[in-house]
Design a protein around this ligand. Structure first.
Ligand code: URA
Length: 219
């Protein structure tokens, strides 16, 4: 499933005022086993156009394997499709200071700019489950009150947030309820290795559901 060209163009136009670069489409089948909602692409992704193909992606693939699913079976997207960056300085081996771009978390305005894209995917991808990877994806879907540290590894059946209309800067709740499973963003383990154990527990929980999606007792 790929979003239509006009919607991608709209997304590019809406994000244009902000310090971001590149554009990465969501990727995966129309009827995936689950949909992953991340944060925003990084440098690797904007160069090859494949979501989660960099360092965080390598970790994510290990997590998916633990949950018993492969990349080809899942739809992968994120709250923002362009790489948010900030300028910083780095010393080269020769001792010279050079300017370079660093990744940063997307702002709420950037998330709003790309909200119509994620709204479209949620409406058109026929998935039984949405896995929110980290706080950015989770809050975009479930509102600012949810915190990944408090809710990870549990299933929630509830509406998700979508833009009221294309001109609006407000969200509303969908009428439809979705099954949401929040877990940590795979890049979080680069800063806090201890999260690995929690993520593994979450993936085991996810596997129990995926092995028996009709057994509501696992929810
Ligand atoms: N983080 C994301 O949320 N998406 C990517 O594609 C890469 C890193």
């Amino acid at each position: 499933m790929q979003i239509p060209g006009w919607l991608a163009e709209l997304g590019k136009k809406r994000i244009d005022p902000y310090p971001v670069e590149g554009f990465v489409y969501g990727m995966g089948p129309e009827k995936p086993k689950l949909m992953l909602v991340g944060e925003a692409p990084g440098e690797t992704e904007i160069h090859n156009g494949i979501p989660f193909s960099g360092r965080a992606g390598e970790e994510l693939m290990k997590f998916l394997e633990r949950a018993g699913v492969s990349r080809g079976e899942v739809y992968i997207t994120s709250a923002v499709r362009s790489r948010p960056y900030k300028w910083g300085e780095k010393r080269t081996r020769a001792g010279e200071m050079v300017k370079r771009k660093y990744n940063r978390a997307p702002t709420s305005r950037e998330i709003l700019a790309h909200a119509p894209l994620l709204d479209y995917e949620i409406e058109h991808v026929d998935t039984p489950l949405i896995v929110a990877l980290g706080n950015i994806g989770l809050k975009r879907l479930c509102g600012p009150d949810m915190k990944i540290t408090e809710v990870h590894g549990r299933f929630f059946r509830q509406p998700v947030r979508r833009l009221k209309d294309i001109e609006s800067s407000e969200y509303e709740w969908t009428e439809k309820e979705y099954l949401i499973f929040p877990t940590f963003h795979p890049a979080s383990i680069f800063y806090n290795r201890q999260l690995l154990e929690l993520i593994h527990d979450d993936m085991d929980e996810l596997r129990r559901y995926l092995e028996n999606p009709n057994d509501t007792s696992v929810l």
